[in-house]
Design a protein around this ligand. Structure first.
Ligand code: FES
Ligand code: FES
Length: 166
């Protein structure tokens, strides 16, 4: 029997007994009932499955369970609390990028939304006021079949402004 893997997901400790080679996405969905990260391509090409591991975006469809042993995973469900912990502010219902994406009506079918929000949150944690070229560069590799890229860029710009201190 495979050794158990211990990890934290959205602030909660878990012990998972799946095979260590199991993609993290399957563990999140099937063992922990977190359906925010989506299965798109399964090949690390679209970004629908993105989550944060120790604050860095990874493609959970190809990221093995063994690689998250002892590490901190954040899915879109945990983004608001992750942001509150980082900023020292109150926990809101949504991370500012989630709120801005919704305000801009960026999600159409919504399939890419979770991964987009994860990547945008990572970007704004690294670079609190990116210009449009930096936003586009960061989001390259996150595919939206509905083609809402202009709204996504505008939403990230708006979230960056909303997150400025004062
Ligand atoms: S489903 Fe993981 S990158 Fe497409
Ligand atoms: S909103 Fe449909 S894939 Fe992006």
């Amino acid at each position: 029997m495979a050794e158990a893997t211990e990890l934290r997901v959205n602030g909660e400790a878990h012990r998972v007994e799946a095979d260590p080679d199991t993609p993290l996405l399957y563990v999140l969905s099937d063992e922990l009932a977190l359906r925010g990260p989506r299965f798109g391509c399964g090949l690390a090409q679209c970004g629908a499955c993105s989550v944060l591991v120790d604050g860095r975006e990874v493609r959970s469809c190809v990221f093995p369970l063994a690689a998250v042993q002892g590490r901190e995973v954040v899915t879109v469900e945990g983004l608001p609390a992750w942001h509150a912990a980082r900023s020292g502010g109150p926990a809101e219902a949504l991370h500012p990028v989630q709120a801005a994406l919704i305000e801009a009506q960026a999600p159409q079918c919504g399939y890419c939304y979770s991964g987009m929000a994860i990547k945008a949150a990572e970007l704004l944690a690294d670079n609190p006021m990116p210009n449009d070229a930096e936003i586009v560069a960061a989001m390259t590799g996150h595919l939206c079949r509905c083609g809402t890229y202009p709204r996504i860029v505008a939403a990230i710009r708006s979230a960056a402004e909303a997150m400025q201190p004062g």
